[in-house]
Design a protein around this ligand. Structure first.
Ligand code: CMC
Length: 391
């Protein structure tokens, strides 16, 4: 059997070879398919990024138009999925709803794994329907009638319209808000072998269907150490603000391991210098808020907290910097997205990455089922004498 190497949290274990996303954690570099994240943000939209991440290259105009139209064509969720939502309590967490309907998609849209065209259709169905389902979660919270995709809108604009427009509210799309959401989605599109992508691969390695594998990614994302951090950041900022804005008190709490309190939105397994996504988001947070004429005290508080933490030896020694989740919530909030929906927003953005990771894995001839080993520490063999049954 040989020696088993223990690596809790997989800090040093490569689980796969991949061509999708490159990260240099020391230098703060992130590239999708070789393109620096800064350029991807400046020069593409989310549909183009999704195509790039999934299929490995930028689409030409015809491919782009077809991809966009195909996504729109497959965006109508079966009304059975809406019925599932009805069964949930009114105040259910949005991730509970979204993560539950995902594997059920296979019940409505089964496909043949051996037919690449059907697999591509399943991918389009995910990209088309997930934002609609996400908007339905919001509308269920409000008790609003459900909305349907508008194929003439961009991916980000469509989501905002799906979510916020009603027959009577004269909802208008603000181009700056659309651009900011597009950017946030692009920034979340992939991040190599993070907890949720690794979950998609692990679950997918059993050759379960794509929807079920993506559902596993969503469940993993929900946790506060991963995508759930964006909700926790805003709740933390709110709490500090309500408590009189005493930053030092909370820094001390975060440094005290006994307290159970961590600075949410800080730290990263791979980035040990800065998170390039946080840099980009921070710049945009200012722009979006000033454009909307919002003076959110939480943005100032976040900036002060960041500065204080960066000047504190505890955070410096451990190379803890703000991550992607630190400023994203402030922008989502300015857009009118409720705090409980933040992780759902992350999930919409991460969808192309999960799909790309799954697709790359399925096409890898060396694919084997994921099956880690363990170092057993339990009882050795012992004699059983039942205290209940005497033979
Ligand atoms: N606040 C206070 N101390 C921290 C924090 C934090 N946010 N993050 C790490 N540390 C300390 C930790 O206690 C440890 O200290 P010591 O060496 O004295 O034991 C040291 O820094 C190393 O931390 P770790 O927990 O071993 O690091 P990890 O790579 O296992 O975990 C992390 C990475 C992101 C889960 C962690 O930094 C964390 O919990 N951050 C807060 C949650 C968060 O913002 N998550 C979002 C991650 S980025 C995007 C995403 O995945 O969604």
């Amino acid at each position: 059997t040989g020696m088993i190497t223990l690596d809790p949290g997989y800090v040093n274990t490569g689980s796969c070879e991949s061509n999708i996303t490159f990260i240099d954690g020391e230098k703060g570099i992130l590239r999708y398919r070789g393109y620096p994240i800064e350029d991807v943000c400046d020069k593409t939209d989310f549909i183009e990024t999704a195509y790039l991440v999934i299929y490995g290259r930028l689409p030409d105009q015809n491919e782009y138009d077809k991809f966009r139209d195909d996504i729109a064509e497959h965006s109508l969720p079966h009304k059975g999925l809406a019925k599932m939502f009805e069964a949930f309590p009114k105040d259910a967490h949005p991730m509970a709803l979204l993560a539950s309907v995902l594997p059920s998609m296979y019940a409505y849209y089964p496909y043949d794994e051996n037919d690449p065209e059907q697999v591509d259709k399943a991918i389009l169905r995910l990209l088309g329907k997930v934002p609609v389902l996400a908007s339905w979660v919001y509308r269920k919270l409000r008790g609003w009638p459900l909305n349907y995709s508008n194929p003439d809108l961009s991916y980000a604009a469509n989501f905002l319209n799906l979510t916020f427009s009603t027959p009577s509210n004269r909802f208008k799309l603000d181009p700056d808000i659309v651009k900011a959401l597009d950017l946030l989605l692009i920034l979340h599109a992939d991040h190599e072998q993070n907890c949720s992508a690794a979950s998609v691969r692990m679950v997918g390695s059993s050759q379960v269907n794509l929807y079920a594998a993506i559902a596993a990614g969503m469940c993993s994302l929900w946790g506060p150490l991963h995508g759930g951090a964006n909700q926790k950041v805003l709740e933390m900022l709110d709490m500090i603000q309500r408590d009189g804005g005493d930053i030092d008190k909370y820094l001390e709490l975060a440094k005290d391991k006994e307290s159970g309190f961590r600075l949410m939105g800080f730290g990263h397994r791979v980035y040990k210098n800065f998170d390039p996504r946080a840099h980009i988001i921070k710049k945009h947070a200012d722009r979006v808020l000033s454009k909307l004429g919002i003076n959110d005290p939480l943005l100032n508080l976040a900036k002060k907290l960041e500065e204080a933490a960066l000047n504190d030896p505890y955070f410096a020694e451990r190379k803890l910097y703000p991550n992607v989740d630190f400023y994203s919530g402030i922008i989502y909030k300015a857009m009118g997205i409720p705090t409980e929906m933040f992780t759902v927003m992350f999930a919409i953005g991460r969808l192309p990455g999960w799909i790309a990771q799954w697709r790359e894995m399925q096409r890898d001839p060396s694919l084997r089922i994921g099956r880690p080993r363990q170092v057993y520490q339990g009882e050795t063999e012992r004699e059983l004498s039942s205290r209940v049954k005497n033979h």
